[in-house]
Design a protein around this ligand. Sequence first.
Ligand code: GAL
Length: 436
Amino acid sequence: MRSRRGLAATVAGLAAGSLLLAACSSGGDSGDDTTSTGGTGAGAGDASQVEVFTWWASGSEKLGLDALVKVFDTQHPETKFVNGAVAGGAGSAAKDLLQSRLQANDPPDTFQAHAGAELTDYINAGQLEDVSSLYDEFGLRDVFPKDLIDRLTVDGKIYSVPSNIHRANVVWANPAVLTAAGVDPNAKYSSIADWTKALDKVKASGKTALSIATTWTQVQLLETTLLADLGADGYTGLWNGKTDWKGDDVTNALKDFQKLMSYTNTDRDGLDWPDATQQVIEGQAGFNVMGDWAEAAFQEAKKTAPADYIYFPVPGTDGVFDFLADSFTLPVGAKHPGGTKNWLNTLSSKDGQLAFNKAKGSIPARNDIDASEFGAYQQTAIASFAKDTIVSSLAHGAAAPIAVLNAISDATSKFTTGASDLAAFQSDLATAAAGQ
Ligand code: GAL
């Protein structure tokens, strides 16, 4: 089994142009550290409770959170866990509510934020405390991939602690539905265009060919279609200015997106991701494009791959890992910073990361947990993360600031619920991305 420490080295190698971290600690797992209120560094203060703000409010996502809380209760019985979860996949409702609380100086003790541009938004707004000292205290500098720490760092300071790494570019499928439609479940698709032949057959069989839900899941489908058609460099260029949003290759990708949307369920805008994935689980739909939190939903439904479900990278994206990571913060003005410190201690510990990621479908951010601890899907994700080209997810905060994602989401919703004017859509996207 490939060790995650070797994996971290590979990822670090991929992070072109990144600087070596100035500080290095002795490392080691201090997951059983129970210090809480002492000292004057980050996390000094009231440890009686911790309000944890996430969008892991129900179903398999709540089961993941519960698994982490169980470890927390064992490691830090002195701190009461207060669940501040707000329902809505991808933080579709939570992020706005969080913003109003931050503006009103009423922050939760810790909140979930995506590594990358989204986190940088909070850092630039002065809403987060530097938690670098906790990396030293907990021995974390050596146990997370350097590329990941770079995405959490601004001006040499680290502002959050990652709990997990998810992959966004995955297709989940029901083999029985495919077989009944005359589609070979073992077929490989080289591109979106190639995949549409199978989608046509599932559609003709009377099932939903491609299940989807509300706007953010459509943005995630858009992101993976752009990735499939433009390739990793072309897709990354959308976020660093090197790819022209008005170019013909983007037009062609948007045509593919429009084609894919034509295979989806019409009640999509009233659904969230668990409903869309459930359609594949229950055999109402053939395929679903979803991040690998879907794996947790298949596990919750007691399904086994490959008999009950199959998975593969979105056609055209094999060899690319569309990355996102959840991380947890210490907001400026948190009322129970000692509680936050204890929460960050547990979620960064080996026991915390193992329990949480086993239940969540993600892979640990720590690089010292053996892949054999995880199920078959997660082992493929661990292997892919070690060797694939890593790109940043748009829908999950890694690629673009929140304002840009919001503008792209508005443009996408306008396109998929309205007149379907492709030229106007492309122009709206170009305007949205220009806000970067
Ligand atoms: C992502 C988050 C994942 C998962 C997903 C669906 O933004 O990073 O952990 O919760 O949303 O809600």
